[in-house]
Design a protein around this ligand. Sequence first.
Ligand code: TXA
Ligand code: MG
Length: 426
Amino acid sequence: MPGHGRPEGARTRLIRVDPERIDEGALGEAAEAIRRGGLVAFPTETVYGLGADATNPRALAGIFEAKGRPRDNPLIVHVPGEEWLPGVASAVPPAARRLIDRFWPGPLTLVLRAARLPAEVTAGLPTVAVRCPAHPVALRLIELSGVPIAAPSANASGRPSPTSAEHVIEDLWGLVDVIVDSGETLYGLESTIIDVTRDPPALLRPGAVPVEDLEDALGSRVVVGDAARGLADSEVALSPGMKYRHYAPRKPLVLVESDDYSGEGYLEGVASVARSLAAEGRRVIVMASDEHVGFYRAAGLEALALGPRSNPFAVARRLFAALRSLDGSPADAAVVEGFEERGLGLAIMNRLRKASGRAVVRVRGPRSRLYRAPAPRPRAAAGHDAPRGRDARGPGARGHRDGGPEPSGAMEAGGAGGWGGSARSR
Ligand code: TXA
Ligand code: MG
């Protein structure tokens, strides 16, 4: 489209809708496209979604085609209120009721027993993921369409989710019928997904509602498995979406984790990982919390600020845009700081582990400062190896200095030879 350096896409119309003064005529055109079986990208409070009529199998097939999404990855059905639940779900257990009362409309998706829905929505599972978004444009679009709208995030499969219409244009221009532009999204992270068909309920994807808030509303524990933390692929039956590469920039990304993100040992560890990548001839950028960018720049490294560590909401909000910006930057590779897995930090770490293809280096925290490696490394500058799968098990790959980085088991699990794992998959 003009101004975006793209060819005129005959198929795609861009419609701007101000969320505070909704132009019903303009949004009505988008609703009409949904009713006719078309594809409409629209804003929600989390990320942009790519919507189609959830009752129309042909329309749903178009979603998978436009995104390049594997067909066995089920979709979230969006409804404008709980009154629509009977058409979508066959049962609403008490735990779901409590969560709906507290969090709907909002960024919480419930996995429920499914009513009769096209197999394209559920991927043949007996369950369905349902969400009632809090964005006024999304709500009005569903109402005007008169049908529930199935919508995954409006990115090409494998890419970071879109937090602005520009991101949608980048990925889907010419492949969808309408893009509704209502500016940047509020949370910048997808909804939290909880499976309430189990007891106790299980977190399938951490997101904009922290798990601590879910437990508070339920008055009981929520199971958080390794897959929800981004540490492992899930069983297919658990949340099939989790087994695909996600959120990935096209360039290699290394995540540096620790038990202590404030100590100098951590900052030195991150800088040391960045230098070792630079020593391989790569132009490296460090993606860091606001509090730390000064340290890296003073150390002669390029650094990009992700927002204050003291405000995870701000970090979450710009995370996907930052991952996308890496692709347009002159850097060849990035090293990204980790965050504590509390509150929104759990979702941030899930996305970063996936975005890095689990190329993770661990910097030891203060508790392990007494750690001594069995044998010193022969090579002078090598506090660690660049995180390649092949070296991760060798004795030379172990951290050897206080606060020194150490490739983790998680990186090995990333497989596909570290860097290779960051390739875009659709
Ligand atoms: O914030 C959001 O949730 C956004 C906006 C557009 O609503 N949507 C979104 O959709 O992130 P998507 O498709 O990118 O992620 C949905 C995830 C996928 O990982 C999928 O596998 C999982 O939900 N999912 C869908 N139905 C499921 C089910 N019945 N059981 C388990 N997981 C399910
Ligand atoms: Mg997605």
